[in-house]
Each structure stands twice: as structure tokens, then as C-alpha cells.
Design a protein around this ligand. Structure first.
Ligand code: SAM
Length: 182
């Protein structure tokens, strides 16, 4: 592994524990994000979920919008093993990848989404550059993370590359916020 690459924090045990917790606690978030992604995605759109973890968001998207081309990318092979095992559709793709070096061509995604992962990205500048490279002009970026984490450097780096970057609370009392562009 080069010093440019992040190291996966989720080994087999941590991934299984996270999967159990997420199923119990994150249904409301996944429901909300599913609605927002499906609203942003036109018919047949290519959607990337960065830091997909156990892949529950992709399962919900596939159930609601079978027309979408869905791929989950994650640094942790152990998380992706769980995601593959529980995938609701054989058409969902999974790939081990770092947000700082996305294995995707320029302008190839219509929507890029990420939930509860951005606070783990050690190189916000590189992440923002990769998101801007891969998202097609006019595409939608939707990043959700905890309100109390430090996302200033990522927000600034995104604002240099995307017009209309916004940071919103999902609800006044919610622990989760959304960073979006445009
Ligand atoms: C807390 S989990 C969230 C999983 C899922 N998105 C959810 O909402 O349940 C964070 C995920 O981000 C992944 N991750 C962390 N850093 C990453 C990076 N640099 N590139 C890609 N994925 C990363 C982790 O491996 C982990 O699966």
C-alpha cells in the first residue's frame, strides 16, 4: 500500500458489528437518502455510493429504482464481503476503492452519494478532486455525515470545485447533516 492510500479501519469483526448496528439504527437515514437519491436520478442513471459499507442503501435503491446502474465502492474488503452477501440484486456492482483514487472514468457518474463515511476520509482535497472528476457536469453530489464531525476541509475543497455547495441539517434535531452540490 502506498502512503497515498488510506488504510481500511473496518476488519471482519468491526464490519460485522457495524452491519448489525446499522440495521438496527439507521433505517430512517437510509429511507431519507433513498428518497433524495431517487429524486435526483433520471431513468437509467449511474449512481455511485462511496464508502457503501454493508450496502443497505444500495439495496433500498435497487428495490425502489431497478433502472439505476448502482455501484458501491469501499476501502474495506470485509465490508464489501458483507455487502455482496446481502445484495438484493445481482446487478449491483461492488469494488474495493479509495475515494482519493476512484477507479472510474471522468464524467461517468450521474449521482454520487455517501453516508456516514466522509469523516473517515484522510485526504479531503484528493477526495474532492476525485468526486469532481468522476461526477458528470450537472450531476448531483449528496454526502451525509454526522453533524458533530469536522468536515470543514472537505466542504472548502468541494466549494472550490462545485458551484452551489450547501451544508444543511436534515432536520433541526437530526444528528446527520447533508453536504450537497449543486
Ligand atoms: C461508518 S461506515 C458507513 C457505511 C454505510 N455508508 C452506511 O451508511 O451504513 C464508513 C464506511 O466508509 C468506508 N471508508 C472509509 N474511508 C474510505 C475511503 N477513503 N474510501 C472509501 N471508503 C472509505 C469504510 O470502510 C466504511 O465501510
Amino acid at each position: 500500500m502506498s502512503d497515498q492510500q488510506a488504510a481500511p479501519r473496518f476488519d471482519r469483526r468491526a464490519s460485522a458489528a457495524y452491519d448489525r448496528r446499522a440495521r438496527r439504527m439507521l433505517g430512517g437515514l437510509y429511507r431519507r437518502v433513498t428518497s433524495e437519491v431517487t429524486a435526483a436520478a433520471s431513468v437509467g442513471a449511474t449512481v455511485l455510493d462511496i464508502g457503501t459499507g454493508p450496502g443497505e442503501l444500495l439495496n433500498r435503491l435497487a428495490a425502489r429504482r431497478p433502472d439505476l446502474a448502482l455501484t458501491g465502492l469501499d476501502l474495506s474488503p470485509e465490508m464489501l464481503a458483507i455487502a455482496r452477501r446481502s445484495a438484493a440484486s445481482p446487478s449491483i456492482g461492488f469494488e474495493v476503492a479509495d475515494v482519493a483514487a476512484l477507479p472510474r472514468p471522468d464524467d461517468s457518474a450521474d449521482v454520487i452519494v455517501s453516508t456516514l463515511s466522509a469523516h473517515e476520509w484522510p485526504q479531503p482535497e484528493r477526495a474532492a478532486a476525485e468526486l469532481a472528476r468522476v461526477l458528470r457536469p450537472g450531476g448531483r453530489l449528496l454526502i451525509y455525515d454526522f453533524r458533530f464531525v469536522r468536515l470543514g476541509p472537505l466542504t472548502d475543497a468541494l466549494a472550490q470545485r462545485f458551484a452551489g455547495v450547501r451544508r444543511d441539517a436534515l432536520h433541526p434535531l437530526s444528528l446527520v447533516m447533508r453536504l450537497s452540490a449543486p
